[in-house]
Each structure stands twice: as C-alpha cells, then as structure tokens.
Design a binder for this molecule. Structure first.
Ligand SMILES: [Fe+2]
Ligand SMILES: [Fe+2]
Length: 221
C-alpha cells in the first residue's frame, strides 16, 4: 500500500482502513468496501488505531489487550464471522457483506462519545451504549446522502452495530421483533462474532494444555 502518513504524522482514516483491513475488505463488493472506508474517514478518531480493546483484564484475549488491540479485536471478530458463516451455511451474498461491514464498524466509537450526543463524557472508559454511539455517528455522517449500499442495508448495518453487545447493549433485552428475518440474522452473527472475539479462548487453551493426562484418566498426577 502507499504511504499512509503525512509530514505531521497524522493519518487519513480512509487510506488507513483500506490498508489495515485489506484482508477483511477484500471479499467485499466495491460498494461495501467504499462504504466502510468512507465511514471510517468520517467517524474514526486517531485513538482507534492504537488503543487496547479493553482497559481491564476481564474480557478479550491477551493479544488484544495491548497497543493496537482494538484493531486486532476487530480483525478477530471478522474471522469469527466467517467461522459462523461456515457453521450456518445459510448466510450468503449481501447478508455476509452487511455483517462484515457491521463488524468492521462496531467498535469505532468504543472509547469516545461522538460530538453532539447528549450525556456526560466517560473519560475513555467503554460504556454499554458505545454501539448506539457508533450507529448514531453513522446516521450523522451519512445524513442526507443515500449510501452506495442502499438505505435498507445501511439500516440493517447500523442496527447490528447499535446492538452488537447483545443482552448487554443499552436498552436490553434486544427487541428483535422490530427486525425482519434478514436483519435478525445480521444482528445475531455480528453480536456472536464480537462475543467470541472478546472471549479468552487462548487462555482456556493454555489451561487445557497444562492439564495432566494422568489426572484426566483419574490416575495419579
Ligand atoms: Fe463493542
Ligand atoms: Fe467488539
């Protein structure tokens, strides 16, 4: 990819998105790729590219809890979305594209309330309404413009982003009755991919790997 940074060391989020998420964006049609990159350009703040995915140690695998962790978490969630596509077998075409777009955008406002949203600032702490913040920022960014992907896809993507924390999203329990079957699947896969990506799978594997086989068989350690 081309040079990403200008003389000031700042970076254009459009270019950076296309470069950092090149692998994740490559299966998408041009309209979805452009939609994601243009959304990053309008919404993303510089902290997104270097912060850890979480400040505490309760959630997220170790690799996502240091510098650049939020980007790694986003990539991991896209990876999980593809695993879920394989598992289900019924998520195809446009639905896959909407899910990948939503996963790439889901934490874009994780640690900062967008300008114009009411309420106190959170001093960089994640709060359970950060999905709603991101959806709000998307509607603001695209106000008055019909995104290339069309109004319906945009609505489903922003809904899935808003509720990506599942039962922990602000306003839970999630009222899926407001969505048609297509939108419900988009929401379900996005929230599952995020949940799985935030799980400490690596730590669990380490714990299992350390189990003594003799103990498993009920014998002496
Ligand atoms: Fe999140
Ligand atoms: Fe997330």
């Amino acid at each position: 990819m081309g040079k990403m940074e200008n003389e000031q060391g700042s970076c254009n989020s459009h270019t950076r998105c296309l470069s950092v998420f090149e692998d994740e964006l490559s299966p998408l049609d041009d309209s979805y790729r452009r939609f994601v990159a243009e959304s990053f350009e309008m919404i993303c703040r510089p902290w997104f590219w270097y912060v850890p995915a979480a400040m505490g140690g309760k959630n997220h695998p170790w690799a996502c809890r240091s510098v650049g962790g939020l980007v790694k978490h986003t990539k991991l969630a896209v990876w999980w979305a593809h695993r879920l596509f394989q598992l289900r077998g019924d998520v195809l075409g446009e639905q896959q594209q909407e899910i990948i777009a939503a996963v790439l955008l889901h934490d874009i406002c994780k640690f900062e309330k967008p300008a114009g949203v009411e309420g106190a600032n959170t001093d960089g702490r994640a709060v359970n309404c950060h999905g709603h913040w991101a959806a709000w920022a998307m509607w603001e960014a695209w106000a008055g413009v019909i995104p290339l992907i069309g109004r319906k896809s945009f609505g489903r993507i922003s809904d899935a982003v808003a509720w990506h924390m599942g039962q922990w999203s602000e306003g839970a329990p999630v009222n899926c009755s407001q969505w048609d079957e297509f939108g419900k699947v988009v929401y379900e896969v996005v929230s599952m991919a995020d949940y799985l990506a935030a799980s400490k799978v690596g730590e669990k594997i380490k714990e299992l790997a350390a189990l003594n086989v003799a103990q498993l068989e009920g014998g002496e350690a």
